[in-house]
Write a protein that binds this ligand. Structure first.
Ligand SMILES: Cc1ncc(COP(=O)(O)O)c(C=O)c1O
Length: 417
């Protein structure tokens, strides 16, 4: 068997749709300035798919700081990995600020959240240790676990009864191996928008003696009184052992960080392979992140505006009878009954008839027969955008309920790869 033949014959869970919507459903191009309105295929669209929660992507001070740092240092600086030649006072300063913001002793920057999380897990545990994790954990957590040579036990999403059962299994194993238990959950679950039950998890901490790692990619900057995240929201900052946040969402940048005890940061800095064997975060990313942190700390109105839009959108959709599941974060899923056929037609209708751009999620991410449209409100949306969208969704729902979208037909809106 030729490897190339195999690859093209088995394109994978997403790849099998590659001829069914390239440039439309997959790899669409949103053009123009990052905003609530952007251009898609030459048309102005109201966009609800960007994790630019606080509207920082195009904040004038952010754009200025990014550009100034790029002009001063270029994108190459610093060259090399942190450990070898890529250390700067700005990297250290950003780490100090992130640690203080998260009420932790220390923090360490990560080039990408995804790779960083893989290496955090890899560095914290060995084959004697056991991981207990939520069934809806993000791919970066699952990929970190792929490298784990010891046992792991998964519990159904936020199910605390099953969580305790899995802790018991874990304890039985670690009693024999002499290892420890690491529990991993997300802060905000990025698809459904509900939060990890941190308080529920922590009730078992003393009894089972585990350490808790949370991936708060969607909670950092959006949740909690100061924006410090889901652990602040649930008032458990001091009990979360390892906090992970990314710059890819509320910070509208790139890069990520981990915050925890100083001695653990030291151990991570000397062991995280995706950071040791990779180039340091470029200076514009670091200086740009410092500016974003300054804005997050000094301008709570950014988060307040985000939540005004979130509340108006979620309340308005619920009032019209839409099912938003269990979200208690800005992530706004709207569930419908239907399959991939209906989903693609609804998305096309929203784009073509209503000039609304949002993302769709279908099986296997949600159960068969369910489809989800996912809206991401931001601080740069307006209440008019919200009203307009709720009305458009109501029209689409009427059509769906009266059988106007059928299950088999995929609209011919795709380009060729
Ligand atoms: C829950 C979660 N963890 C980790 C990541 C990865 O972060 P990054 O984009 O910084 O690699 C993402 C997002 O993309 C995410 O949603």
């Amino acid at each position: 068997m030729d490897i190339f033949d195999k690859v093209v014959n088995h394109m994978g869970a997403l790849g099998k749709f590659s001829d069914m919507g390239y440039g439309y459903y997959f790899f669409p191009k949103l053009e123009g300035e990052i905003s609530n309105r952007m251009t898609f295929r030459g048309r102005d669209m109201l966009v609800w798919s960007l994790n630019n929660y606080l509207g920082l992507a195009n904040h004038p001070e952010v754009r200025h700081a990014d550009a100034e740092a790029a002009a001063k240092y270029g994108m190459g600086y610093p060259m090399g990995a942190r450990m070898m030649s890529g250390q700067t006072i700005y990297h250290e300063q950003l780490e100090h600020e992130l640690a203080a913001f998260e009420h932790k002793e220390a923090a360490y920057l990560l080039n990408f959240g995804y790779m960083g999380m893989v290496s955090i897990i890899d560095s914290l545990i060995d084959r004697h240790d056991v991981v207990v994790y939520d069934s809806e954990a993000h791919a970066c957590i699952l990929d970190g676990l792929r490298m784990h040579l010891g046992k792991r036990f998964v519990y159904p999403h936020n199910n605390m009864e099953r969580f305790e059962q899995q802790l018991k299994h874990a304890k039985n194993v670690t009693d024999k191996t002499g290892g420890g238990i690491l529990v991993i959950t997300e802060g905000v679950y990025g698809m459904a928008g509900d939060c990890g039950d941190l308080r529920g998890i922590l009730k078992f901490k003393d009894q089972y003696g585990f350490r808790l790692l949370i991936d708060d990619a969607h909670g950092f900057g959006t949740m909690g009184r100061t924006g410090a995240g889901t652990s602040e929201e649930q008032d458990v900052m001091d009990q979360v052992d390892v906090y992970f946040g990314t710059f890819a969402k509320a910070m509208a940048g790139i890069g990520a960080f981990v915050a925890t005890e100083k001695k653990i940061i030291k151990a991570l800095a000397f062991n995280m392979r995706s950071q040791i064997y990779a180039k340091s975060l470029p200076m514009p990313m670091v200086i740009g992140a410092l500016k974003r942190m300054e804005l997050i700390r000094n301008h709570p109105e950014l988060k307040d505006t985000l939540w005004t839009i979130v509340n108006a959108l979620q309340k308005g959709l619920k009032a019209k009878g839409f099912d938003l599941g269990k979200t208690n974060s800005p992530v706004t899923p709207v569930y419908f009954q239907g399959g991939i056929g209906e989903a693609t037609q609804i998305v096309a209708d929203l784009r073509e008839e209503h000039a609304i751009f949002c993302s769709m999620v279908a099986y296997p991410v949600v159960p068969k027969g369910v489809l989800m449209l996912r809206l991401i409100p931001t601080a740069i949306h307006t209440l008019e955008d919200v009203d307009y969208t709720i009305n458009a969704f109501s029209e689409v729902k009427k059509k769906l309920d009266s059988g106007k979208y059928n299950s088999g037909i995929i609209p011919p809106l795709a380009d060729k790869y």
